[in-house]
Design a protein around this ligand. Structure first.
Ligand SMILES: Cc1cc2nc3c(=O)[nH]c(=O)nc-3n(C[C@H](O)[C@H](O)[C@H](O)COP(=O)(O)OP(=O)(O)OC[C@H]3O[C@@H](n4cnc5c(N)ncnc54)[C@H](O)[C@@H]3O)c2cc1C
Length: 415
C-alpha cells in the first residue's frame, strides 16, 4: 500500500502591509542616519516659534519608533500649547501622537481638532480583519512594557496581552547555528566605538575583513537579525553609533484583538476629520492658517518624518534651520508585514512562539509570530526586512502572501 503523502498546507486567508509605498507613511519608523545623532530628534521636536510644534515618534530622544514614544510626544506638545494659552489648536495626524495630543488638549479645556489624511485613524497602527479576528499590520507589541504608558491604558481597559521573547526565536532553515558567546558584546562595542559619521556598513566591512574569533556568516546573520530586522534601513545609510536604538527585547507584549482596541478608546469623544490632509501651514503674528482656509491659534504636526522630509506640508515661514537639518539627518526604513492563516499548523512548536528565517542574500531576514493560540486558527504574522523586499513585495497582495508563505513553509520543512 502507498503511504499517504502529507497534505501541503493550504493558505486560507492573508493580508499584506505596504508601508514603504504608503504616501502617508513613506516607511516604517524613524531612524538616525550616519550624519545624525539623537540631538536631531530633540531639535525636530523643539517648538518652531510659539504656534507650531512637531511631535510624533521621530521626536522622542529615547523612545523613537514606538507607539508609547509617539504618545508621550503628543502629550508633551499639548501641554506646551495649552501652557501658552492657545484656545483652538489643530492637530495634524490621527496616529498615537495626534490622538494623545488631542486628548490632552481636551483635558486642559482647549478646543482641539484633528485632521487626518487617511479615511481611517491609527496611523502606523492598523488592524486587518480576517474572519472576525483583528491582526496588526503596523505596530504589534507594547514594548518596554513595564514602563509604557499605553500598557497602563491597556491594563485599565482589561485588554489581553501576550509576552514574546524576541531573544529566543527558533531559527528555521539555513543559518540555524546559535549566536556565539561574545558576539553581541563585540557588535555593540564596535558600533559604540565607530567614528562619529560611520555607517553600520563601514563597521561591518572592517569586521568582516578580520572576523576571528567569529565567522563572517555568524556576524552577518547576527547583524541581519539585530539591526536589519529592527530598522529595515540600508546599512550604508544607518548610523553605527546611533542606529541601534533601545526598545525591542525589553519586555514586549502584543495585544490580542489588535492596537485598534487602544486607538478606538483614545479617539472616543475627539473631533477627528478624516480624509483631510494638511497641505500648508502659514504662521503669522495672530495665528495659523491651514490649507489657506482654516484659522487656529496653534498647530501640532504629528505626520511621519518622511512625509515632512518629502515636503508633504508647505510651511510658511519655512521650518527653522535646525528642524530642516534634523529632517535631512533622520530617515526611515522599511519593514513590511504579512498575516497568513492556514488550514493546519505545520510548523514546530517553540515556547517563545517566535521564529526567524534568513533569506538567500545578506540583509534578507524575516521573523514570525505564531498567533495561533489567540483565536485557535493556525496563523503566522511575518515581518520582512532587507534587500529582498524589492523582489518579494511586488504584484498583488495575494502574490506577496504566497511568496512569503513559501519562504516560511520551505524553511519549516528544512527544520
Ligand atoms: C510594520 C510596523 C511594525 C511596528 N511595530 C511596532 C511595535 O510592535 N511596537 C511599537 O511600539 N511600535 C511599532 N511600530 C512603530 C509605531 O507604529 C509608530 O512608532 C507609531 O505608531 C507612530 O505614531 P505617530 O503618531 O508618531 O505616527 P503615525 O501613526 O504615522 O500617525 C501619523 C498620522 O498622520 C497622518 N498624516 C500623514 N500625512 C498627513 C497630512 N499631510 N495631513 C494629515 N494627516 C497626515 C497619517 O495618515 C497618520 O495617521 C511599527 C511600525 C510598523 C510600520
Amino acid at each position: 500500500m502507498l503511504a499517504a503523502m502529507p497534505k501541503p498546507p493550504r493558505l486560507l486567508a492573508s493580508a499584506v502591509s505596504r508601508w514603504g509605498d504608503d504616501p502617508w507613511a513613506r516607511g516604517s519608523w524613524s531612524l538616525i542616519g550616519r550624519h545624525g545623532t539623537p540631538a536631531d530628534r530633540i531639535a525636530l521636536g523643539a517648538p518652531a516659534g510659539d504656534r507650531l510644534r512637531i511631535a510624533g515618534e521621530a521626536t522622542h530622544p529615547t523612545r523613537a519608533g514606538m507607539t508609547h514614544g509617539a504618545y508621550e510626544q503628543g502629550v508633551g506638545a499639548a501641554v506646551w500649547a495649552a501652557g501658552l494659552g492657545h484656545r483652538r489648536v489643530l492637530v495634524a495626524g490621527a496616529g498615537m501622537a495626534g490622538l494623545a495630543a488631542a486628548r490632552e488638549l481636551a483635558a486642559r479645556g482647549v478646543r482641539a481638532q484633528v485632521w487626518e489624511a487617511r479615511d481611517r485613524i491609527g496611523g502606523r497602527t492598523a488592524g486587518i480583519d480576517l474572519d472576525g479576528f483583528t491582526f496588526d499590520l503596523g505596530a504589534n507589541w507594547l514594548q518596554q512594557y513595564d514602563d509604557n504608558v499605553l500598557a497602563r491604558i491597556a491594563e485599565e481597559l482589561g485588554l489581553t496581552v501576550v509576552d514574546t521573547d524576541f531573544t529566543d526565536p527558533l531559527v528555521l532553515g539555513s543559518g540555524r547555528d546559535g549566536v556565539p558567546d561574545g558576539l553581541e558584546r563585540a557588535l555593540r562595542t564596535r558600533l559604540a566605538q565607530a567614528p562619529p559619521q560611520a555607517s553600520v556598513a563601514d563597521v561591518l566591512a572592517a569586521w568582516l575583513a578580520d572576523p576571528a574569533p567569529f565567522t563572517a556568516g555568524a556576524i552577518r546573520r547576527f547583524v541581519d537579525a539585530e539591526i536589519v530586522m529592527d530598522s529595515g534601513a540600508p546599512l550604508t545609510w544607518l548610523s553605527a553609533r546611533h542606529g541601534f536604538e533601545p526598545g525591542v527585547g525589553e519586555g514586549d507584549r502584543w495585544i490580542v484583538g489588535g492596537y485598534r482596541l487602544l486607538v478606538e478608546h483614545l479617539a472616543a469623544g475627539l473631533q477627528v476629520r478624516r480624509a483631510r490632509p494638511v497641505r500648508s501651514v502659514r504662521v503669522d503674528a495672530d495665528g495659523v492658517t491651514v490649507n489657506d482656509a482654516a484659522r487656529f491659534d496653534a498647530v501640532i504636526v504629528t505626520v511621519p518624518l518622511p512625509v515632512l522630509a518629502a515636503g508633504g506640508i508647505a510651511f510658511e515661514p519655512a521650518l527653522p534651520a535646525a528642524h530642516r537639518a534634523a529632517l535631512g539627518r533622520l530617515g526611515a526604513g522599511r519593514v513590511e508585514k504579512v498575516v497568513l492563516r492556514f488550514d493546519a499548523r505545520f510548523w514546530p512548536e517553540h515556547p517563545a512562539g517566535y521564529y526567524r528565517v534568513h533569506g538567500p542574500a545578506p540583509t534578507d531576514v524575516s521573523e514570525w509570530l505564531d498567533a495561533t493560540a489567540a483565536d485557535g486558527v493556525p496563523t503566522l504574522v511575518g515581518l520582512f526586512a532587507g534587500a529582498w523586499l524589492d523582489g518579494l513585495w511586488t504584484g498583488s497582495d495575494a502574490e506577496v502572501a504566497r511568496r512569503a508563505a513559501a519562504i516560511f513553509t520551505e524553511a519549516a520543512a528544512a527544520g
